[in-house]
Design a protein around this ligand. Structure first.
Ligand code: FE
Length: 166
């Protein structure tokens, strides 16, 4: 299992715009992939940590993204889901690499909140995506650590550093 990528005191994960397509009330689930979902499979995993690199169990993480073709589901909860970190502050999401839509590079939207802490809204980006260079809000601090694991499947890590709660 991966180890946290964190050196205390760690800078907070940067916030980023929510965009127009967030829908509250996503289902609790760790896989956004449905049978027959096209695209490159992505396993995204990592930790939610505080600025001292201490893991935050029970943190809420809500993901939403386009499908592989760059479309949001704005009538249902396709490619949307939330989960809570486990005892070691770890999360794991099964999804697909998001596609492109006009004006944006590939990105995964996410909200993260420690129990009793403030809500962070941000986005994760895909290293090596050419459209990153023309995206006006791209931030390299939000790049996933991505590896191809064969057969069009990818594994990525991103550790969120957020303000702790009570
Ligand atoms: Fe978006």
């Amino acid at each position: 299992p991966p180890a946290p990528d964190c050196n205390a005191p760690a800078p907070l994960t940067p916030a980023m715009t929510e965009g127009p397509y967030y829908m509250p009330g996503s289902p609790e689930r760790t896989s956004l992939v449905e049978q027959g979902s096209p695209g490159n499979r992505l396993t995204l995993t990592g930790f939610v940590l505080d600025e001292n690199c201490a893991p935050i169990p029970g943190a809420w993480i809500d993901f939403w993204q386009t499908d592989a073709a760059g479309s949001y589901d704005n009538t249902g909860y396709g490619m949307r889901g939330h989960q809570f970190t486990g005892d070691q502050g770890r999360y794991r999401l099964e999804t697909v690499l998001p596609g492109l839509y006009p004006g944006r590079t590939s990105h995964i939207h996410v909200k993260v909140q420690a129990p009793g802490g403030p809500e962070l809204t941000t986005q994760l980006f895909v290293p090596g995506e050419p459209a990153n260079q023309s995206d006006r809000i791209f931030d390299e601090r939000l790049l996933m650590d991505l590896q191809e694991v064969g057969d069009g499947a990818y594994w990525a890590q991103y550790d969120f550093i957020v303000e702790g709660g009570e």
